[in-house]
Design a protein around this ligand. Structure first.
Ligand code: ATP
Ligand code: MG
Length: 165
């Protein structure tokens, strides 16, 4: 049904597969298990030719009668950084910050700043950093785009909710 031979694949210079081979016969039920970010989704993308790898002597062969079904991992990936996404999860803070950029009435602006100060909005990124570090992200990760993370890693920050509350 599926035969993979000598597959090599690297992301940003980091090898995910080195001379990997696998064989699945018709009727087998197979699970693919590995830690977050080790390349499971990438392997499935290679199999369905969503991404291409310079194959050389390697090959991925699928029985021509096979039908491929596919369920994507849920969390969307964009150019936003994970810090942006986590900070935006605090919707009231996010809205007040946006309003503070456009509000022209000095009284209303005062109210916005008072509310932001009450909620300790100015330290939100520090609290976000603590939460993200607790979820296993490194400092370097905070300002990387969400699309650079595997689905499992994206699940981790997705459910941060309101930081520190
Ligand atoms: N567009 C990209 N830019 C940079 N790195 C990427 C990109 N897409 C994937 N990666 C990296 O490739 C590696 C493999 O990701 P992949 O999504 O295949 O992992 P996974 O095994 O499916 O993980 P999970 O269990 O979290 O779903 C990860 O380290 C990920 O950060
Ligand atoms: Mg995955």
């Amino acid at each position: 049904m599926l035969s993979i031979t000598d597959l090599d694949y690297a992301v940003q210079g980091r090898p995910l597969f080195r001379k990997a081979s696998a064989f699945i016969a018709s009727g087998w039920k197979v699970g693919l298990i590995g830690r977050n970010g080790t390349g499971k989704s990438t392997l499935l993308r290679l199999i369905r030719e969503e991404i291409e790898s310079p194959m050389g002597d390697a090959s991925i062969r699928i029985n021509k009668n096979a039908r491929l079904g596919w369920v994507a991992q849920e969390v969307e990936a964009t150019d936003e950084t994970i810090m942006d996404v986590v900070l935006a999860a605090d919707q009231e803070r996010h809205r007040l910050m946006q309003d503070s950029l456009t509000e022209t009435d000095p009284n209303k602006l005062g109210e916005i700043y008072e509310r932001l100060t009450d909620m300790d909005a100015w330290n939100a990124d520090t609290r976000a950093a603590i939460v993200l570090a607790g979820l296993g992200f490194s400092q370097d990760d905070f300002h990387r785009a969400t699309k650079e993370f595997s689905g499992g890693w994206r699940m981790r920050y997705r459910y941060c909710g309101r930081i520190g509350q």
